[in-house]
Design a protein around this ligand. Structure first.
Ligand code: ATP
Ligand code: MG
Length: 422
């Protein structure tokens, strides 16, 4: 037990970190293009925030939170998602006083007591966007385009964008009644969770992962027929903008997000080969959330993208570039009497911005040359006895095996030029 990480968590090893950084940098670059600014909130919050902000009838709150009492007798929860925290920060720092929209992005670890399997972990990472303060469909289209652009610029294919409207507190009640009528004859066949959702949040019956409940939900009354004029116009506006931007989408009337505070637009980006973990990105509008959490009535929309799932998709499509982390220079010095000189050369090169490594253990020439190959050094500096006696060293270009002698005092100047031109 001591030597294995807790179930559902994993180490991101140095060989994997390069792929993570590539993904993070792509996300940051596109956020900058769209004018979204990074926010970093605490990884834990008062439990109450998630009860309010996510909703007590959701799987996340009912079954998945890491909640504990701290030494000061407060109930604390490791964040299962970042929207509630971002909204809390928006209210706490009065960002609503700034001109709308407030455009935020985040990335970092989230915690859910989920059933671990490929693409589903207990500590996982989300990248996400929140755009607060504007009600119209153009911001909905913008954030969907941002998500799509990230995935496309990574080269991913075979992704499906699904959109829906889940209505608003004005039109949802009518649909709620229709849904209850529809499921009523099959109440006994529903899973325990759905039976308890039946009264509290019947919309969530459509979101159940149990295959039988899923079957029973086929042909359920569509929200579309119940949408009020405002929600209809909003949805039409979104579709028009997506079409104008040349983005393919599919309307899926059974797409409901698992969280209570969603209104109007809901969307998901799926990558089918990930099976039960096919949702790569999910989001939607949450016009009721900010008030629910104690702020002024403010519209908002956001999404969260599962970073592990994006990486799995990239891997399966062979889209991870070859991240060779080659060193510029390896300093070889078999005779420990010269080590101080070799060390000084290495440090000077590093101070001048080059990537430099050397042998720490005074091993043989052959072993040190092997080490230079292992770190894929472009150049090797050899501090041999004869050369050092003449204040010289051998500089070897590993690409073409050319060697020349250079003065120790010229090492930095020469290598800087070589590395930058080579
Ligand atoms: P799922 O239906 O797969 O459980 P969800 O509806 O719980 O997803 P959201 O709360 O919408 O997911 O989170 C947004 C995204 O975060 C998901 O689309 C997914 O990519 C990712 N995600 C959610 N839970 C996990 C997890 N346990 N491990 C890895 N990624 C996750
Ligand atoms: Mg889930």
């Amino acid at each position: 037990m001591l030597t294995t990480a807790p179930r559902g968590t994993k180490d991101i090893m140095p060989t994997d970190v390069t792929a993570w950084r590539y993904l993070e940098e792509t996300m940051r670059k596109i956020c900058a293009q769209y004018g979204y600014k990074e926010i970093r909130t605490p990884v834990f919050e008062h439990t109450e925030l998630f009860l309010r902000g996510i909703g007590e009838t959701t799987d996340v709150v009912e079954k998945e939170m890491y909640t504990f009492t701290d030494r000061g007798e407060r109930s604390i929860t490791l964040r299962p998602e970042n929207t509630a925290s971002a909204v809390r920060a928006y209210i706490e720092h009065k960002l609503y006083a700034d001109p709308a929209p407030t455009k935020l992005f985040y990335m970092g670890p989230m915690f859910r007591y989920d059933r671990p399997q490929a693409g589903r972990y207990r500590q996982f990472h989300q990248f996400g966007i929140e755009a607060l303060g504007v009600p119209g469909p153009n911001i909905d289209a913008e954030i969907i385009l941002l998500a799509v652009q990230i995935l496309q610029s990574l080269g991913l294919k075979d992704l499906k964008l699904k959109i829906n409207s889940v209505g608003c507190p004005k039109c949802r009640p009518e649909h709620r009644v229709k849904l209850q009528e529809f499921f009523k004859p099959h109440f006994d066949e529903l899973c325990k969770d759905c039976q308890s959702r039946y009264d509290r949040n019947p919309l969530r019956l459509l979101d159940c992962k149990n295959p039988h409940c899923h079957e029973l939900g086929e042909g359920a009354p569509s929200l579309e027929e119940c949408l009020c004029d405002e929600c209809k116009a909003h949805f039409a506006g979104l579709k028009e903008l997506l079409t104008a931007a040349g983005v393919d989408y599919e309307v899926d009337h059974n797409l409901v997000r698992g969280l209570d505070y969603y209104t109007k637009t809901a969307f998901e980006i799926q990558y089918a080969p990930l099976g039960a973990q096919s949702a790569v990105c999910g989001g939607g509008r949450y016009d009721g959330l900010i008030k629910e959490v104690g702020g002024p009535e403010t519209p908002g929309i956001g999404f969260a993208m599962g970073m592990e799932r994006v990486l799995l998709a990239l891997e399966s499509q062979n889209l991870l570039p070859d991240f060779t982390d080659a060193m510029d220079v390896f300093v070889v010095c078999p005779n420990q009497e010269h080590f101080a000189k070799a060390f000084k050369a290495a440090i000077d090169l590093r101070r001048n911005g080059l990537k430099v490594d050397y042998d720490f253990q005074g091993r043989s020439m052959k072993a040190q040359m092997k080490a230079a190959n292992r770190v894929k050094a472009h150049y090797v500096l050899i501090f041999g006895d004869d050369e050092v006696a003449r204040n010289q060293v051998v500089l070897r270009n590993m690409a073409n095996s050319e060697q020349k002698e250079i003065a120790i005092s010229d090492i930095t100047t020469i290598l800087q030029t070589e590395v930058h031109e080579g």
